[in-house]
Design a protein around this ligand. Structure first.
Ligand code: 5GP
Length: 208
């Protein structure tokens, strides 16, 4: 972990879960409980769903401007998911980390692996559904995708779940309150990890 002046660099959390697993709901509660956490807003080429706001839920962009960001090195990571591009604009994440804020990326597994390769100090958290059947039921109930897209998302979910072993932490979203507590506990444990606190140890030794 690098330093900028005397500021301890923030922790980068990468959070993945299959589509329809309830990521948004869990993150909404996490946001309430940790107001200083910075949520990265991704860029995507997919169409907004009803109620989604440009610049808040995503930066909704054309394929051309997405590719331009990739070409000019403006993306921290990116991936194709069910026929659309998704990526994390680099600048905001880096400046937040440099100023000591903790940042969370909500991204799929290929992007998460890219982040882990570039920033091994990132903390990778995977949330599982109780079962694949339950996931399909939730996607149907959500009512935002056609059956064809739902089938693609379920197949993608199974591929993603098989990659959960590459993450640092895993938990199940069965009951919302328990899932939120699990997520907050993981984040607290990660913050207290030795990797994240080498400067703290040095600081105490200096005062001896
Ligand atoms: P949705 O279309 O349901 O909003 O998102 C589809 C998938 O793309 C989800 O698994 C979500 O976590 C992932 N995703 C969202 N933003 C990004 C991003 O910036 N990069 C990557 N790699 N995946 C993302």
């Amino acid at each position: 972990m690098s330093d900028k002046g005397s500021v301890q660099r923030g922790t980068l959390y990468v959070f993945s879960a299959p589509s329809g697993c309830g990521k948004g709901t869990v993150l909404k509660e996490v946001r309430k409980a940790s107001s200083r956490l910075v949520f990265s807003v991704s860029a995507t080429t997919r169409q907004p769903r009803p109620g989604e706001v440009d610049g808040v839920d995503y930066h909704f962009v054309t394929k051309e401007s997405f590719n331009e960001l990739v070409r000019t090195g403006g993306m921290l990571e990116y991936a194709i998911f069910v026929d659309n591009y998704y990526g994390t604009p680099k600048d905001r994440v880096m400046s937040a980390l440099d100023s000591g804020s903790d940042v969370i990326l909500e991204i799929e597994t290929a992007g998460a692996m890219m982040v882990k390769a570039l920033y091994p100090e990132a903390v990778l958290i995977f949330m599982l559904p109780p079962s694949v059947e339950e996931l399909k039921t939730r996607l149907i109930k959500r009512g935002t995708d056609s059956l064809e897209v739902i089938d693609k998302r379920v197949s993608q979910a199974m591929r993603e779940i098989s990659l959960a072993c590459n993450y640092d932490y895993v938990f199940v979203n069965d009951r919302l309150d328990e899932a939120v507590q699990d997520m907050l506990s993981i984040m607290k444990a990660a913050r207290l990890g030795v990797r994240q606190n080498k400067d703290l140890i040095k600081g105490v030794l200096k005062r001896c």
